[in-house]
Design a protein around this ligand. Structure first.
Ligand SMILES: *Cc1c(COP(=O)(O)O)cnc(C)c1O
Length: 465
């Protein structure tokens, strides 16, 4: 480096830095302009430092600037969406993308994305077909519905069903079911968007068949039932069953739309969960249109499935919004693969991650917690590492009052606050999202995949440094 009395003049020119081999090596990965910008930013920072009278102690050497530029560009161009190890124990964590999908479903999406597929083509005739056909067939088999169709999510399914069947007319709903699911999905607002008119009946805790019946007029287009997925009313309550609502609908020639929410295709009482409606049961009870999410308890990609009578599904598909709400090829491929796994329930329990995580036995979780604790105890800079019994939640607005026993590992960092340490874990590589509680950072083993343990330990070690 040139020496000079004027430290500003000692700084290299942009071109000097550009010519260094270290910078030339960045050219294949980064745009030339971005490299030049990064060099300018580094130099500007050094000038500010000098102007404030701080000597730069060799920071001004072209080599050092080049190293900083390399680091800056690496950080700046990191993907903003990254894989995260979910150590929260919340199986359907909305902020972490809800359901992780089955390996086979992910591969189907990957293949669909990378190449061409018969998305809207019937291979044996060579004729144009509907992208809904594969889904129709599997949903019909799995739920007993006549047919089905799919849109981007269950919120969209609700809007399009109400619009196609009830636009400009009234829909009767119990006051106890006027829910907000979160993220501004509120039944009254969804109803307004769809152009249907909400006719609420009954009270928060009690609604009877007669309440619905008294509200029926020539203006009525449908009876709507909404599963109160994320809250429970207990105590003195009375609600109408799907079968009773269907009987009333039949009597007055009105369709019954049943928004069951989570999309359970199997009986969740096997996991100790009660009151979760099953799609097949709703169809069997006679609901004309059953709506549910693809990425809650079904454990597939984000989607909203409408299953039911052909005449109603056809009306939904003819609605102009269908074009705006339809799923892309990757989602459809992943959803089809997920549904095909469900044709064999034992296979579903093994291969659908959500079901597998919900079914993890407590002794297995304890063993995993002990193993993780042993590995974390090898990190000298942790003040404490303990295992403890705890509870996990389903999440995603499903089964709010139902907890699962689990095992966790609690660590206390030395010389750092719990929130600061949790942040270091989140920005680590791989990123780890943990719970924070009473000065400890808590890892719930239920949602940590076996193959992620290595990465988690590495991130904890990095966060200690
Ligand atoms: C979750 C839920 C929705 C919204 O589903 P998304 O797939 O999140 O759009 C609608 N209705 C009920 C009853 C739900 O539980």
């Amino acid at each position: 480096m040139k020496t000079s009395d004027n430290p500003f003049r000692a700084l290299p020119a942009v071109n000097d830095v550009l010519l260094l081999p270290r910078i030339a090596a960045l050219e294949p990965r980064h745009a030339h302009d971005a490299i030049v910008d990064a060099i300018r930013t580094e130099l500007a920072a050094l000038r500010t430092q000098l102007a404030q009278g701080q000597p730069h102690n060799g920071d001004g050497a072209a080599e050092t600037i080049a190293a900083n530029v390399e680091q800056r560009l690496g950080q700046d161009l990191q993907p903003r969406l990254r894989s995260v190890i979910n150590a929260t124990g919340i199986v359907l964590h909305t902020n972490l993308g809800r359901a992780p999908i089955a390996e086979e479903a992910a591969r189907a999406a990957y293949d669909a994305a990378r190449g061409y597929l018969n998305l809207e083509l019937e291979l044996d005739t060579g004729k144009r077909s509907s992208r809904q056909n594969p889904i129709r067939e599997w949903v019909a088999r799995l739920t007993g519905a006549e047919t089905a169709t799919v849109v981007n999510n269950n919120a969209a399914a609700t809007v399009i069903a109400l619009r196609a069947l009830c636009h400009g007319r009234e829909v009767i709903v119990s006051r106890g079911q006027l829910i907000e699911i979160g993220g501004s999905f509120r039944i009254p607002e969804i109803m307004a968007v769809s152009g249907a008119v909400l006719r609420e009946v009954g009270t928060t805790n009690i609604t009877r068949v007669t309440d619905y019946e008294k509200a029926i007029t020539p203006q009525t287009a449908a009876l709507l039932q909404v599963h109160t997925s994320n809250y429970r009313i207990s105590g003195f309550t009375e609600a109408v069953t799907t079968a009773e609502l269907v009987a009333l609908g039949k009597k007055h020639s009105l369709p019954v739309i049943d928004d069951i929410g989570s999309g359970a295709l199997i009986d969740f009482s096997r996991f100790g969960f009660t009151e979760e409606p099953i799609a097949r049961a709703s169809i069997a009870a006679g609901a004309d249109l059953v709506l549910f999410s693809g990425d809650k308890l079904l454990g597939g990609p984000q989607a909203g499935i409408l299953a039911g009578k052909k005449e109603y599904i056809q009306r939904v598909e003819k609605d102009p919004l269908m074009r705006a709400f339809r799923c892309d090829k990757m989602t459809l491929a992943a959803l089809e693969a997920t549904l095909r796994i469900y044709l064999n329930e034992e296979m579903a329990l093994r291969q659908i991650p959500v079901l597998h995580l919900l079914a993890l036995p407590l002794d297995e979780l304890k063993k995993r917690a002990d193993d993780l604790a042993t590995r974390l105890r090898a990190i000298a800079s942790l003040a404490s590492v303990e295992t403890a019994a705890d509870v996990s939640y389903v999440g995603g607005g499903s089964l709010p009052d139902q907890q699962m026993k689990t095992w966790v590992v609690e660590i206390k960092p030395r010389g750092r606050g719990d929130a600061d340490f949790a942040k270091r874990l989140r920005v680590g590589a791989p990123a780890v999202m943990a719970r924070v509680r009473d000065g400890a950072v808590v890892f719930d083993l239920r949602t940590i995949f076996a193959e992620q343990v290595e990465g988690l330990v590495g991130t904890v070690r990095g966060a200690c440094g």
